[in-house]
Ligand binder design. Structure first.
Ligand code: ADP
Ligand code: MG
Length: 292
C-alpha cells in the first residue's frame, strides 16, 4: 500500500497545481538525472512573432507575406500562427489556395493559380538557397530567430524570420536543475544555430534538426546509455510531444495543455511554469527521504 507520506505529498502537490499520477511517478521524478525538454512552447513562450522578411527579385514584401500566410492558414503550428497574425495585422488579402497540406517537421505547401508554393525550413525542403538568401537565413538564425524560406516551384521567392523568446523563468529553472545534479538537454526540430544559441543561454545540451521520430530514438538512446543514472524524463507542453512524453520513463507536461498531454504524462504542472518542474523534483526528493 502507499505510504501515508506519499499520499499526503500527492495531495499537497495537487493543491499547488502539481498533478502527479500516483506514488510510483512521484518517487521516479526524484531519481531523474537526465531531463529532455521540448523547445517550442516548453522552454519558449511558444508565441513566435514575425521579425524580418526578405523578398527575392521583384517580389513585393506584402505579396510575399500574403502568400505565406495563405499557406499557413491550414495548420495550427506556432510558426504558422505567427505568419498569419502578421498578415492580419497588415490587413492583407490572402490569395486563394488549393491542394494544401502540411509537410511534417518541415512546413506547408499549397497551389495558388496553378503554381506550387511552399513555406518551411530550407534544409527540410531540400533547398539550397543562393548565397544572398543563405547569408540572410544564417544571420537571422545566429540572432536566435527561426528562418524559413518561401518557394514557388522550387525557386526561393523570399524568406521570413520568426522569433520565439525563452520563457522568463527558463534560465533560473535550468540553473536550479543543474544544481540538483540533473543534466538538461533540449530536443528540437529547429535549426542548429537557433538551438545552439538558446541552449547556450540556458546552460543545457541540445539536439537540433530532429524529426518527431528522432526525438523518440534519442530518448531510447539516453535510457540505454550506461553512463546515465536514473530514469529519463521528458518535459513538454503537450503540443505535438505526447509520443515523447509517453515514451520517456517520466513524462512531465507543463501547462493545462491538451487532454492528450494529461493522458500521456506522469505529472502535469498545471500553472504552466518551468519553475514547477524544479518544485516537482524537490518535492519528490523530500518525500523519498521521509519514506526511506
Ligand atoms: P519543434 O521541434 O520546435 O516543435 P517542428 O518539428 O514542428 O519543430 O518544425 C521543425 C522546423 O520545420 C521548424 O523550425 C521550421 O523551420 C519548419 N516548420 C515546421 N512547420 C512549419 C510551418 N507551418 N511553417 C514554417 N516552417 C515550419
Ligand atoms: Mg512544443
Amino acid at each position: 500500500s502507499t505510504p501515508a507520506a506519499v499520499t499526503s505529498a500527492l495531495a499537497r502537490a495537487s493543491r499547488i497545481g502539481l498533478l502527479v499520477k500516483g506514488g510510483a511517478a512521484l518517487e521516479a521524478i526524484g531519481a531523474v538525472r537526465t531531463m529532455a525538454f521540448d523547445k517550442t512552447g516548453t522552454l519558449t513562450e511558444g508565441k513566435p512573432k514575425l521579425t524580418a522578411m526578405m523578398s527575392v527579385g521583384d517580389m513585393d514584401e506584402d505579396r510575399l507575406l500574403a502568400i505565406a500566410a495563405a499557406l499557413e492558414t491550414v495548420t495550427s503550428h506556432p510558426l504558422a500562427k505567427a505568419v498569419v497574425n502578421a498578415a492580419t495585422d497588415k490587413k492583407l488579402d490572402l490569395p486563394e489556395i488549393t491542394n494544401a497540406r502540411t509537410i511534417a517537421g518541415a512546413g506547408v505547401e499549397a497551389r495558388i493559380d496553378g503554381a506550387l508554393y511552399r513555406v518551411g525550413a530550407a534544409k527540410r525542403l531540400d533547398i539550397e538557397p543562393a548565397a544572398e538568401v543563405a547569408d540572410w537565413l544564417a544571420a537571422q538564425e545566429d540572432a536566435g530567430s527561426t528562418a524559413v524560406v518561401v518557394l514557388r516551384d522550387n525557386d526561393v521567392i523570399g524568406a521570413l524570420a520568426l522569433r520565439d523568446t525563452a520563457r522568463a523563468d527558463a534560465q533560473d529553472a535550468l540553473a536550479k536543475l543543474n544544481a540538483l545534479g540533473i543534466s538538461p538537454v533540449m530536443l528540437t526540430g529547429d535549426a542548429e544555430r537557433v538551438a545552439k544559441r538558446m541552449a547556450g543561454e540556458l546552460g543545457m545540451d541540445y539536439r537540433a534538426q530532429l524529426l518527431p521520430e528522432d526525438k523518440l530514438n534519442i530518448l531510447a538512446d539516453l535510457r540505454n546509455d550506461p553512463a546515465r543514472k536514473g530514469p529519463i524524463a521528458m518535459v513538454g507542453d503537450g503540443i505535438n510531444d505526447a509520443p515523447a512524453l509517453k515514451s520517456a520513463d517520466v513524462g512531465i507536461a507543463i501547462g493545462g495543455g491538451t487532454d492528450i498531454a494529461l493522458e500521456a504524462a506522469d505529472a502535469v504542472a498545471v500553472k504552466d511554469r518551468l519553475s514547477d518542474v524544479v518544485n516537482l523534483v524537490t518535492l519528490s526528493r523530500t518525500t523519498r527521504r521521509v519514506i526511506r
